[in-house]
Design a binder for this molecule. Structure first.
Ligand SMILES: Cc1cc2nc3c(=O)[nH]c(=O)nc-3n(C[C@H](O)[C@H](O)[C@H](O)COP(=O)(O)OP(=O)(O)OC[C@H]3O[C@@H](n4cnc5c(N)ncnc54)[C@H](O)[C@@H]3O)c2cc1C
Length: 528
């Protein structure tokens, strides 16, 4: 028994945002987190003595400014440090290095193509316009297009009006972004292969698609919508790692009166006569409440915790059809020194931003070819950051931590298991890096390899999908996580969803948690 009004399942950043808003509105809230630490995929841990890693997610941009403001996250320790630019080494000994300084980037692109340097400005402007159109959608509850609910109809109408107000060119761009591949979209603007390859990489993150697959242009836009201190589409590092973001949100939730329990795994949602009335913990304890808000994915929530016997068949079919298809892995390295890139030797500012192993479109597509046929990429796309250069607190003096996000690592392997292939996968990432920075093998002190199976086992991410389900068009907006159930409600009364599997999806954004809290409050009597 308990006297909690709301139990939030999962203490990832969305569960914590949800709890913070509900507690601030006067609800008695308990967050239950299975791991020993809060944060979910936004977590910092000392993986090797003295070396602290953002173990999963590593850069931040999408976190909604209204959440930072309303929860006063800087007061709770949030500090975002700018990440300056993207450096892409090329096999021919050249490189592409885009930085936040507009004039410098223009000159750098002009070194590859004068036409592209001109187009880059126009492209940047068009994407900002697109982002401006989509951004308000992130904070809204998706209207159900099949319903005659006047509020939903008004929302649809207002969306239509905003679309109408776009310039003709922006309208075409918007439709193209929703339908094209990242490469086809970028082809319309640019001619330089390495520029298109490295830009298209944002279109495949967390999806089981290649840069030439239709639908990836939208994911590109999804990753463009962030802002830091009002600077649109900029990315940053959180001081203390991405776990510091979760800790700041947890601080806001605790201050508002929420309770957070770690090392506490939920095994069942108790359903009586179609109504959620509490949860059962793995240790057998029962906790009753008026509302259950689940931040774990639909597979865990419905097929494991609720049970299909309580759900309509059609909804169960939709949940079974929901696509996870994890495609990413992570390699975290503790280093004795900095990597030395052949194309730009020495410890320069190029190491302070992201380093992207995405030298050509064919390279990116070949990496996907491996995955299509059930193998991890032998020469993967790797997105690297070295946070110790910006935030020295994460490694001992003179040493470094390096985070390597890797695609593709398909959850379903054609041969063997991930446990069998884990080391070889790590080796393929290191070998790929060594092609560009040959000293890497000599400076590795420790390495942590995370496969999609590890992401599933340790973080409860089904099939290792980093966004709790692919960000493909058929799983977005009023279709996320299932048609008719995109408004944070579920077929079980008093059971809500508040994690990345709901609109607007994955990334350290907080929007699902905040939108779901608004919904819960609306349906349970509002603010007190
Ligand atoms: C490898 C990787 C790299 C990424 N990189 C980035 C990045 O650089 N930038 C970015 O913006 N996004 C990134 N992402 C995506 C982003 O981290 C996630 O979309 C986001 O953190 C998800 O937050 P969430 O709160 O919705 O869910 P989660 O973080 O998945 O939280 C769910 C929580 O529920 C807990 N849980 C699971 N089962 C139970 C149970 N039975 N009982 C109780 N608790 C349970 C889990 O332990 C977890 O803490 C990355 C993700 C991964 C995995």
């Amino acid at each position: 028994m308990s006297n909690y009004e709301v139990i939030v399942i999962g203490g990832g950043h969305n569960g914590l945002v949800n709890a913070a808003y509900l507690a601030r509105a006067g609800r008695k809230v308990l967050v239950l987190e299975r791991r020993h630490v809060v944060g979910g995929a936004a977590v910092t841990e000392e993986v090797f003595p003295g070396f602290t890693f953002s173990v999963c997610s590593y850069v931040v941009s999408l976190l909604r400014p209204e959440i930072i403001r309303e929860l006063e996250l800087p007061r709770h320790g949030l500090e975002i440090l700018p990440l300056d630019g993207t450096f892409t080494p090329m096999p021919n000994g050249d490189y592409l290095w885009r930085v936040n300084d507009h004039a410098k980037t223009r000159r750098e692109i002009a070194r590859h193509s004068k036409v592209d340097a001109e187009a880059y400005d126009e492209y940047g402007k068009a994407m900002v316009d697109m982002g401006r159109f989509v951004k308000p959608i992130l904070s809204m509850t998706p209207p159900d297009p099949t319903s005659l609910d006047p509020r939903g109809l008004m929302d649809l109408l207002s969306l239509g009006r905003r679309f109408q107000a776009l310039s003709d060119q922006d309208k075409y761009n918007q439709i193209q972004l929703m339908t094209m591949s990242a490469v086809d979209f970028l082809d319309q603007w640019f001619e330089t292969d390495v520029l298109k390859a490295t830009m298209s990489a944002s279109g495949i993150i967390g999806t089981f698609l290649g840069v030439r697959s239709p639908g990836t242009a939208y994911v590109l836009l999804h990753h463009y919508m962030g802002e830091i201190d009002g600077a649109f589409r900029s990315w940053g590092l959180s001081r203390g790692g991405t776990g510091a973001i979760s800790n700041a949100i947890a601080g806001a939730a605790l201050e508002a009166g929420a309770e957070v329990r770690t090392d506490t795994s939920v095994s069942k949602v108790i359903v009586k006569d179609g109504v959620a009335v509490g949860v059962v913990l793995e240790n057998g304890d029962y906790l009753t409440c008026q509302v259950v808000s689940s931040s774990v994915d639909p597979n865990l929530t419905f097929l494991h915790m609720v049970g299909t016997e309580h759900l309509p068949d059609e909804f169960v079919s939709d949940v079974r059809r929901y696509k996870f298809r994890g495609s990413s892995g992570k390699v975290n390295l503790a280093l004795d020194a900095l990597p030395d890139f052949t194309c730009l030797p020495g410890p320069g500012a190029h190491l302070r931003g992201a380093v992207s192993i995405s030298p050509s479109i064919d390279y990116m597509e070949r990496a996907y070819d491996d995955a299509k046929y059930g193998r991890y990429s032998r020469r993967p796309y790797v997105d690297i950051v070295i946070p110790s250069l910006t935030d020295p607190s994460v490694a001992p003096p003179g040493k470094h931590v390096m985070s390597c996000f890797v695609q593709y690592a398909p959850y379903h392997l054609r041969e063997g298991t991930w446990d069998e292939h884990k080391d070889a996968f790590g080796d393929s990432v290191i070998n790929t890096l060594a092609e560009h920075a040959p000293n890497i093998k000599n400076i590795i002190l420790h390495r942590q390899v995370l496969t999609p199976l590890d992401l599933e086992r340790e973080w409860g991410l089904t099939e290792g999908n980093i966004f709790q389900g692919e960000l493909t068009l058929e799983q977005l907006f009023f279709l996320r996580p299932a048609p008719g159930w995109a408004q944070y409600r579920t077929p079980i009364k008093n059971l809500y969803m508040c994690g990345s599997a709901t609109h607007p999806g994955g990334g350290i954004m907080g929007a699902p948690g905040r939108n779901a809290a608004r919904r819960i409050l609306k349906e349970t009597g509002g603010r007190r």
